[in-house]
Design a protein. Sequence first.
Length: 302
Amino acid sequence: MTNFKIIQKRNIWLGISGALFVVFLAALLVWGFKYGIDFTGGSLLEVKFKAARPSVSQIQAGLADVKLSSLIIQPVGEQDMMLKFQETKEETHQAILSKLNELAQKDNKNNSIEELRFESVGPSIGAELKIKSLWAIFFALLAMLSYITYAFRKVSRPVASWKYGLAAIMAMFHDVVITMGVFAFLGHYYEIEINTAFVAAILTVLGYSVHDTIVVFDRLRENLPKSDEDFEGTVNTSLNQTIVRSLNTSLTVLLVLAAIIIFGGASIRTFVLALAIGIGIGTYSSIFVASPILVVWEQWKK
């Protein structure tokens, strides 16, 4: 079996990770997120046109009298249309449906609309969701650190057990910041909003990242007592024994996610895109970030 010199070239991998981390952290701090109505408060209306769907500009002109704030109109599929706006009153909701129905029948009397969904969120609920989302991420990180420290309690040489947990957390933090930075970029240039599904995706990325890292660390735990190599060599051997499994597992997941992004509905696209980005970067970090951090830590101790 080919023995790739992964750990020996750790400066390259850590350099790539460091550059990506800095770039996307800067994007996150400078641009921030474009929050959806889940966080800002507002309404989401999705309708389906029975026949020809009007253009975005036609709908904007038709709804001009309703005077909607922060109106975003997004075509979905062949006949659907999604509208997002700040107002949450039922009178506004009904006025929009009436205008859309008039617009649909303007050129075709047989045309009409079907309401697929209507969601309304108040700003106070949006603020509460932000706080709860941050707490959910914090407790997930704390639980993972505690679990890894406990699981590796019998592997204390040459690296203390809690350092395995901290290395995994650092790799996860790297994955999450890059994923969020990508969405800050997409929000700034492509108007892509985040919602509560994005928070669920981030928590899933956290779990996947630590799972992939644990696979490598667990093989390292098995190899350490019986290895004749130094710590750096043992880590590299462990990586080579698990790298194919990690890549194959991630590739199969990413192929499924790619299919959903291409053929799935717009309502889940943000969630799936966040998963794809996070799992992709998480696979990289479990191989090229977490384990090299352990080796660097062990050398610093010396």
